[in-house]
Every structure is written in C-alpha cells, then in structure tokens.
Write a protein that binds this ligand. Structure first.
Ligand SMILES: Nc1ncnc2c1ncn2[C@@H]1O[C@H](COP(=O)(O)OP(=O)(O)OP(=O)(O)O)[C@@H](O)[C@H]1O
Ligand SMILES: [Mg+2]
Length: 278
C-alpha cells in the first residue's frame, strides 16, 4: 500500500528498541507537503530518535517509513543515501565546524555531492547566504565571530544548499534568547513559504510551536498521546496535552501565528480533533 498523495512523510506502526529499551512504541505519523509539523515532548521521550529514523540515519526495529512515496525501511546503502538527500538538517546550536570558515561550512554539501568548481560553489554559497539576509563578507568569518542568530542562518543556508524538499530541525530555538527564537520561527515559516519545503521541527518551545505548527504532536515515553492543531492540543479533551502546555508557563492565547493555519483545519472534525493512541 502506498502513502496518501499529499503526505511526504508517513510512519506506520514504527517501533525502535535499543538493547532492551523500547524507545518508540508504535508511531503513526503523517506530515503533509508544505506544512510544518512540530513534535513536542519531555526529555528522553524519543524525539531525536524519531527524527533520526525519518532521515534514514537509523532503521526502525519494525514498521514502515514512507518518504515521498517510497518505503525506506530495508533499502540498500545507495538508495538510502538518495533518501538522505531529500532532507536538510538544522542541528541544535547550528552545529557549525569551528575551525572552518562560513564558506567552508556552507559549501560542505556541495563539495560532497556535486562536481561544481570552487568559483561556482562560492557563488552559490553567497547566493544562499544573501537569501537569508547575510552579507557576502561573512563567508570569511569563523562561527565564533557570529551571533547566535547569524549562526542559525548559516546552519540553515547549509541545510538548504542541495535544495531539499524536507527540512528537519532539532530544537532550533534552544539556547537562543526569546527575540532570536522568534526570528528563527519567522525563518522556518519563510523557508516553507518561499521554497515550498515541508518542515519537521522538534521543540521544547511551546511558543514556537503555536507560532509555526500546522500539526502539533505530543510524544510521551515513546508514544504519540495527542496530535492536532496547537489550539486543538491546548483546548481539546486530552488532559496530558493540556497539562504539558499549561506547565510550559506560556500564555498561548497571546501568541501571534506566523503564516497561515493548516489547510486541514477545513478537514472533517474527526480528522483534526485531538486523538489518543493508547
Ligand atoms: N543510540 C542509542 N543507543 C541506546 N539508547 C539510545 C540511543 N539513542 C537514544 N537512546 C535512548 O532513547 C531514549 C530517547 O532518547 P532521545 O534522544 O530520542 O530523546 P529526546 O526526546 O530527543 O530527548 P531530549 O529532549 O532530551 O533531546 C533515551 O532514553 C536514550 O538514552
Ligand atoms: Mg533530543
């Protein structure tokens, strides 16, 4: 059976066990094209593990993972590499290499995966940095000479270099001040709007979730306990979801969204109300 047509990421009954610890306990998840899915949940819930399975850095113990129409579970090394190229990863703290310049950091995917000349590579890097509002002069700088927000943009430029259809962010706002965090939210939405990408974001930042998510997913101890629009989670009948949001201390009613709400907000009610999987 194939995945629904507007789904670009689809997980079915995905389980992951490390030695004797079952970290993911039967995950079903659909991310629609050109939408932003935000996965929230406490420390150790399995969020990063889930992300690593989706980007094919790790394989599930069982279940299916469909990416852009292909079940990637059990693919060979070459096909798996092709799947990985569909993703741009934006790591926590931007994960830039400190002893390399911005140019070398951002050029990395092009050097690895293309046969472009140094001149063409530099042009493309300057181009991408420019799209993200960074001046060409930053290419000679080292990460330590940039602000946190600039580093995040450089990390994003690197993730965008191969123009992937799916961008994946692991805690993009952690360690940033509230103002810079909001700028990162704006950037995530801008990437979706300008480049038509699908975004998958892991976050502890409830404000960020309310600003950018079309679909919010609450992962607790390896299970999805609630999903829906952020408002569905805050106001629905799932107690764990409401508690999680209330305990964050964020006044979610005061948050202004960036970008449109989900197209699936028009879907039949049962498709968007908060679900409980257990
Ligand atoms: N490669 C691994 N080998 C063994 N155990 C692992 C491995 N990766 C993750 N785990 C375990 O899986 C559990 C979930 O880890 P994961 O990193 O997915 O959590 P998380 O939700 O991302 O947490 P955080 O919010 O702290 O980043 C943890 O108990 C962790 O120790
Ligand atoms: Mg994590």
């Amino acid at each position: 059976m194939s995945a629904p047509r507007d789904a670009i990421v689809e997980l079915r009954k995905v389980r992951k066990t490390f030695r004797d610890q079952e970290v993911l306990k039967g995950i079903d998840l659909t991310c629609k094209k050109n939408e932003t899915t935000v996965i929230i949940g406490g420390s150790g819930a399995g969020k990063t593990t889930l992300l690593r399975l989706i980007v094919a850095l790790e394989s599930p113990t069982s279940g299916e993972i469909w990416i852009d129409g292909t079940n990637i579970v059990g693919l060979g090394e070459r096909e798996t590499n092709r799947v990985r190229q569909k993703f741009g990863m934006v790591y926590q703290y931007a994960a830039l290499l400190d002893s390399f310049t911005v140019l070398e950091n951002v050029a990395f995917p092009l050097v690895e995966h293309t046969k472009l000349s140094q001149k063409e590579i530099t042009e493309r890097v300057v181009d991408k940095l420019g799209l993200l509002g960074l001046d060409p002069s930053v290419i000679k700088k080292f990460p330590s000479e940039l602000s946190g927000g600039m580093r995040k943009r450089v990390g994003l430029a690197r993730a965008l270099m191969l123009e992937p259809p799916i961008l994946v962010y692991d805690e993009p706002t952690s360690g940033l001040d509230p103002l810079t965090s909001r700028l990162v939210d704006d950037l995530i939405e801008e990437m979706r709007e300008r480049f038509g990408v699908t975004s998958l974001v892991i976050s502890h930042d409830i404000a960020s979730c309310f600003r950018i998510a079309h679909q919010a997913v609450l992962l607790i101890r390896g299970q999805i306990v609630a999903r829906g629009t952020p408002d569905d989670l805050a106001n629905g009948d799932n107690e764990e979801a409401r508690d999680f949001i209330v305990n964050s201390g964020v006044d979610v009613r005061a948050i202004k969204r960036v970008g449109p709400r989900s197209s699936s907000a028009e879907a039949p009610k049962e498709a968007r109300t908060v679900e409980t999987d257990r």
